[in-house]
Ligand binder design. Structure first.
Ligand SMILES: C[S@@+](CC[C@H](N)C(=O)[O-])C[C@H]1O[C@@H](n2cnc3c(N)ncnc32)[C@H](O)[C@@H]1O
Length: 282
């Protein structure tokens, strides 16, 4: 199988391999056996490739801090999902920009309805490893082509929309339009999304940041952070029905595997360089 996908879609391979590496490490932060199964299979093809990203993935040489960050994030999003289902036993979860993540397998309680949405090229890969059922569904669409919302609207909800490592790849106007549409079509829903602080996305810092991120994991030129928010309250100004609930940063975990980075979490602007925000859309 060829990994013939765009630069932004390729980021899903990086997070998948982070899950697999962490799962196989000592005292794993995240237990994701499906990621090990998928990467073992993908390695058979990627091992033939000369692409620097593929070589990094197959050799398992992803930056250790990145691996821990991504694993902590997935674990926290699993908790957000479980908490939502505990509060809303008939709830529906939509994982926007799911990549090759296996959240449904990690958290399935035997009754939940779960949708994984990503670009068609990613869903094509996903279909090799995940089968749809009456409770687990795949949506092959850009999140910005809002027709996908009609697919899920027959469900009663309430809905939890999760966007883990996705919004930063969209333009500011696109994120705003998406969130406003979600609020309008699914009133009472919740949104958990990761954000980059827009402070870091001003020229010329933006170009430096993007260069650093891309070269760290050998991503192509189109895998760039496009937008962010100044602070967690910014989205509330988009519509009076958008209400900030809580936020989370990797640093809050105090996870030992973060090493000396743990100390930086006390510095507010570092804690919120890239962090997660939880909203009610009513
Ligand atoms: C960094 S990966 C994160 C994947 C997954 N959420 C995880 O944490 O493992 C970003 C994902 O967002 C997806 N994505 C980016 N733009 C998108 C769009 N317009 N519509 C749907 N998915 C998109 C990419 O294809 C990719 O799978």
């Amino acid at each position: 199988m060829e990994k013939n996908i765009g630069d932004v879609a390729s980021t899903s391979f990086v997070t998948l391999y982070c899950h697999a590496i962490e799962t196989q490490s000592e005292h794993p932060v995240l237990k994701d056996p499906k990621s090990v199964e998928i990467t073992t299979e993908l390695n058979k093809t990627l091992a033939q490739s000369d692409d620097p990203l593929d070589r990094m993935l197959v050799s398992g040489t992803i930056d250790r801090n990145l691996v821990v960050h991504i694993a902590l994030r997935a674990k926290r999003y699993d908790e957000y999902a479980r908490d939502f289902m505990n509060r809303n036993p008939r709830g529906v979860i939509v994982n926007i920009g799911c990549g090759l993540d296996s959240r449904f397998l990690r958290i399935d309680d035997g009754t939940m309805i779960f949708y994984d949405l990503d670009l068609p090229e990613v869903i094509e890969v996903r279909k090799r490893f995940f089968e749809e059922t009456d409770r687990y569904h795949l949506i092959a669409s850009s999140v910005l082509e809002f027709d996908w919302m009609d697919t899920i609207s027959p469900q009663r909800g309430p809905f939890l929309f999760m966007a883990e490592g996705v919004f930063m790849y969209l333009k500011e106007g696109e994120v705003k339009s998406l969130v406003l549409n979600l609020r309008e079509k699914f009133p009472g829903s919740e949104l958990v999304c990761e954000e980059v602080n827009s402070f870091w996305l001003r020229k010329p810092v933006k170009a430096l940041l993007n260069h650093k991120i891309r070269s760290r994991v050998h991503l192509g030129k189109d895998a760039v952070f496009q937008s962010g928010i100044r602070d967690e309250r910014e989205m509330e100004h988009w519509h009076p029905g958008i209400r900030f609930l809580d936020e989370w940063s990797y640093f809050d975990t105090g996870e030992e595997k973060l090493g000396w980075l743990r100390m930086l979490g006390h510095i507010g602007w570092i804690r919120k360089t890239q962090w997660t925000v939880h909203y009610l859309l009513s």
